[in-house]
Design a protein around this ligand. Structure first.
Ligand SMILES: NC(=O)c1ccc[n+]([C@@H]2O[C@H](COP(=O)([O-])OP(=O)(O)OC[C@H]3O[C@@H](n4cnc5c(N)ncnc54)[C@H](OP(=O)(O)O)[C@@H]3O)[C@@H](O)[C@H]2O)c1
Length: 238
């Protein structure tokens, strides 16, 4: 049986990914802070799964929780690093910024290190990191969120290079969603996809071990435009 771990499985993209991977026969380790949500999810899935409460903002504790879960499960081949927080930053509020930095950067990097080291020692495996199209933006509306996701995308590029140097069959997948209808997104911004549709595009990309994907696919063109956009225009728009 294939085994995978989803960090940030209690809501949104992570929850739906658990539903769609379990339907493909995966046995899952489900991780987040809200234990009752994870238990509800686990009991709704076919098969038996593992549930672990962890706060990614406490990086070293989350590392221990992930290592223990890997050991308990026995043969994990896929780890999805999905936990993330984000919101518009109408005023500069350090508490909000710090949480984004702690979860999206410190926690993300800490768990990537555990995952990469485990797969190196195992000889193969697959790390999937959820970034954002916001990684291609640097504007005043959400400067911290964009910067944290730029870190995620850049860091995963580096990990992909390391996987290549290792000559081991370790895959690193960067996922850059546009807008997906989850509790993180307020209102209905342009091109908001249902979470079912977005994850239905994510699952085959995981199974086919893609290096970099956008969900939904049309956001590739937005990222391309953002990369070409002069800074003065970026400042005016965002
Ligand atoms: N929705 C979008 O439009 C969109 C667009 C681009 C990128 N993304 C990215 O997609 C990922 C999933 O977001 P979503 O839209 O599905 O949002 P969501 O429904 O709010 O889910 C966020 C998940 O992250 C977990 N999480 C947050 N803080 C955590 C912490 N301190 N420790 C452990 N887990 C934590 C949450 O679990 P607990 O609260 O139970 O801990 C939850 O499972 C995020 O990385 C987000 O940045 C989303």
């Amino acid at each position: 049986m294939k085994q995978g771990i989803i960090i940030g499985a209690s809501s949104g993209i992570g929850w739906e990914l658990a539903v769609q991977l379990a339907a493909k026969g995966y046995q899952l380790g489900l991780v987040a802070r809200r234990l009752e949500k994870l238990e509800l999810l686990s009991s709704s899935l076919p098969g038996d799964h593992f549930v672990v409460q962890a706060d990614v903002s406490q990086a070293e504790q989350a590392q221990s929780a992930l290592s223990e879960l890997i050991e308990t499960m026995g043969n994990v081949e896929l780890i999805v690093l999905n936990s993330g927080v984000g919101q518009q930053e109408k005023k500069l509020d350090w508490d909000i910024e710090r949480e984004m930095i702690d979860v999206n950067i410190r926690g993300f990097a800490a768990l990537t290190v555990v995952s990469m080291n485990y797969f190196r020692q195992r000889g193969n495996g697959h790390v999937v990191g959820i970034s954002s199209v916001a990684a291609h933006m640097s504007g005043g509306l959400a400067p911290t969120y964009s910067a944290t996701k730029a870190f995620v995308s850049s860091y995963l590029n580096g990990m992909r290079s390391r996987a290549e140097y290792s000559k081991l069959p370790i895959t690193v997948t960067t996922v850059e969603p546009g807008f997906v209808d989850t509790p993180m997104v307020q209102g209905s911004p342009i091109w908001t996809a249902t979470v079912e549709k977005a994850v239905a595009q994510l699952v085959p990309a995981i199974l086919n071990k893609k290096g970099h994907i956008y969900i939904t696919k049309r956001w590739r063109y937005v990222a391309w435009l953002l990369n070409l956009m002069p800074k003065w225009l970026m400042r005016r728009l965002f």
